[in-house]
Design a protein around this ligand. Sequence first.
Ligand SMILES: NC(=O)c1ccc[n+]([C@@H]2O[C@H](COP(=O)([O-])OP(=O)(O)OC[C@H]3O[C@@H](n4cnc5c(N)ncnc54)[C@H](OP(=O)(O)O)[C@@H]3O)[C@@H](O)[C@H]2O)c1
Length: 347
Amino acid sequence: MSQTKPGSFVIAEDGVDPRTVPQRTLWTGASMPAIGLGTFGSDRFAAEDIAAAVIGAAEVGYRHFDCAKVYANEASIGASLETIIAGGVPRQELWVTSKLWNDKHAPADVIPTFKESLRDLRLDYLDLYLIHWPFPNHHAQGVDVTSRAHDAKPYIHEDFMATWRELEKLVDQGLVRHIGTSNMTIPKLKLLLRDARIRPACNEMELHPCFQQPELFKFVMDNGIVPIGFAPIGSPTRPERDKTPDDAVDIEEPAIVAVAKRLGVHPATVCVKWAVQRGQVPIPMSIYRNEYLSNLRSTVSSPLTDAEMDAISHADRNSRLIKGQVFLWKEGQTWEDLWDLDGNIAQ
Ligand SMILES: NC(=O)c1ccc[n+]([C@@H]2O[C@H](COP(=O)([O-])OP(=O)(O)OC[C@H]3O[C@@H](n4cnc5c(N)ncnc54)[C@H](OP(=O)(O)O)[C@@H]3O)[C@@H](O)[C@H]2O)c1
């Protein structure tokens, strides 16, 4: 499978015209491409691989990149963004997201940490800045799911709002156009919507055919928050430590496989296509040109039929893959405690 070499930028003849890619409108009136490229290399890919994929993806028509400080590759991606802009793509046609990691929720840390991402990405503003998780409980990348921060805490709304106020200042200063959340629940979002001076524009959440989160999805849509869907293909290559025997496999789901057979495509692209048609913004990750190109193409081809959309709606297995065990704060808890399943914020 081919990968792009970093350093040059040439619009691909076999790419997708970015003007034809579906867009979502945010509460500010701005629009964002309804598909982005994920940039988390996990244990598998080096920063340079991801940075090369960012250029290759822009060459085939991607304009939206989902980054994060904790992915430890923003400096490499910044060089790619510089190449893309120098290659003729106006900055305003790009959508670049970054995220604040859990060890930097303290108000004094937020703006300096944001500025590091901005500098690394070689930009003078970001389109979207998210609080990556609602918990400040730090853990190093790649640790086992049994790892816990020694000072781990539950969600404390006053603390979260103190962090949010710093994000609001970044909007006031013109350094970021939109702010948002990730891995939130309905009760947490209700409090944020009650207390925010500047509303969240997006909530990044796990979304794939076997984990559709219908209630949270409806809640964010009803409140004018755009859902960005991570692990849209069901993250088939996630590390073993993040797998449990009961996890569903989206690309083997019969409703997905049936569509893939009809269209003669890989089931992964059906997951992406379904996501865009349902109304979320998937951010599939791949460093391979044939994969990221076919994911993008799936967003501009003829829609799935009503019967196919209906069949996929029944593929939901409530199968959360990114369970978040490392955020737990006291003995005897299970990962379900992180997700406020009874409608109350767990303490
Ligand atoms: N906010 C958060 O807390 C959070 C959490 C997790 C992820 N994310 C974001 O979401 C992004 C996506 O999540 P993810 O990478 O875990 O999962 P994913 O996008 O569901 O799955 C990625 C894997 O799917 C395979 N794939 C992609 N396109 C394919 C295609 N067309 N055909 C066949 N296989 C294909 C690739 O495997 P191969 O590499 O083997 O080809 C790739 O490694 C991340 O990169 C990150 O930006 C955010």
